[in-house]
Design a protein around this ligand. Sequence first.
Ligand SMILES: Cc1cc2nc3c(=O)[nH]c(=O)nc-3n(C[C@H](O)[C@H](O)[C@H](O)COP(=O)(O)OP(=O)(O)OC[C@H]3O[C@@H](n4cnc5c(N)ncnc54)[C@H](O)[C@@H]3O)c2cc1C
Length: 398
Amino acid sequence: MKKYDLIIVGCGAMGAAALYQAAKQGVNVLGIDRYHPPHEMGSSHAETRFTRLGVGEGPQYGPLVARSHEIWRELEAASGETIFYQDGLLIVAPKGEMLKEKHNHWENFVERSAEVAAEIGVPFEILQPEEIRARFPKIMVTDQEYAGFEPTGGHVMAEVAVAVQLKLAQEHGATFLPNSPVSAIEQNDADENGRKTVTVTAGGETFVADQVLITAGAWLNDFLPSHQHKNFRVTRQIVFWFEVDEPAEYHPENMPGVLWVGQRLEDYFAAFALPPGAKPGLKVLTEQYDVATNVHQMEREISAEETDAFYKKFGSQKIAGLKPNCLKSSVCIYTHTPDDHFVIDWHPEYDRNVMVVSACSSHGFKHSAAIGEAVVQKMCQGKSEIPLTAFAWERLSG
Ligand SMILES: Cc1cc2nc3c(=O)[nH]c(=O)nc-3n(C[C@H](O)[C@H](O)[C@H](O)COP(=O)(O)OP(=O)(O)OC[C@H]3O[C@@H](n4cnc5c(N)ncnc54)[C@H](O)[C@@H]3O)c2cc1C
């Protein structure tokens, strides 16, 4: 039976980052995935992810995203790939009070982002509709909207970041086992020194490790007791790429990412700049939280009705030049905790040698590089430089 210091279960954004960091520190590490990342079955595909330092979700995220920005640059230098476009991030929102009919986690998001940005000394401009139109002609705001603009925000190339970290991890000595679903994780009895190892079964093989990190994204509940499942709600999301006439006008140097907050949760809309060399269409999306799903039975096909309904509601009204011709679409998965914050903590059922990183709701990618580093520090050195206490289980019920 092969023996490792650390086994990582799931090598998407979080697992790939941890695998790279562990291998770089000389840890004897094995990364296992049920598919071959980067792939289109989880939460870390569809080309791009927004990043911003003024994290309106809360100040506890500031150190993680700032460190991730440094690691993206380190990965670019080591690989020669472009991972991070620091082309700015615009948050558009309605002026005045927002409707209170339903919980909307984007409420006051411009103000909350501005506050965090001010606290950490990051530039953040408040723009009125006429200024938005003058600076970003592709972005069609109404007179009832305004925006916050963070020039230090931008786009991270999702699949590139995962692939580069997996490649560099292996160059540093990590073992990577794709296409091997982990079917069991069992803690062994204590040895003569009182230490318990963990046995991991994957694709018919068994491995032993001193520690296991579970970064299984939307599949996390497969490794948790049933009373915890309610804390990780999986929802199906759709990403679309619509045709635009002059793709270069939507390149990062000409258009920032746009995150559009509406009166209701379902009014959320996002448009991503089109990186040079990427698919020809402009990537756009909304969010839905009403219907939860099971990751093992999720509908992967996208119907023509879903595409038409999206374009009718958003496409023709938000981004100038976005044509009705949908060039590609893809299902992507959110995994939400009840308070929308991450869980990064020891597994509730094992002694302290199995750790869990949740799929981090809809906002985890920007922090993933630093989460990988911090988790490996905590597991292998006993303490992380960036504190992870805000992401403990104890705030969740069950
Ligand atoms: C449409 C969409 C837009 C988003 N936009 C943003 C954004 O703009 N900015 C941002 O910061 N975040 C964003 N996010 C969130 C972010 O992408 C996620 O938080 C992040 O990608 C989650 O990474 P992960 O590693 O937890 O999950 P995944 O990448 O899904 O990785 C989990 C891995 O575990 C593997 N696995 C599962 N079960 C097993 C098993 N039994 N054995 C072995 N392997 C297993 C899977 O195959 C998978 O590779 C977005 C998410 C979506 C879906």
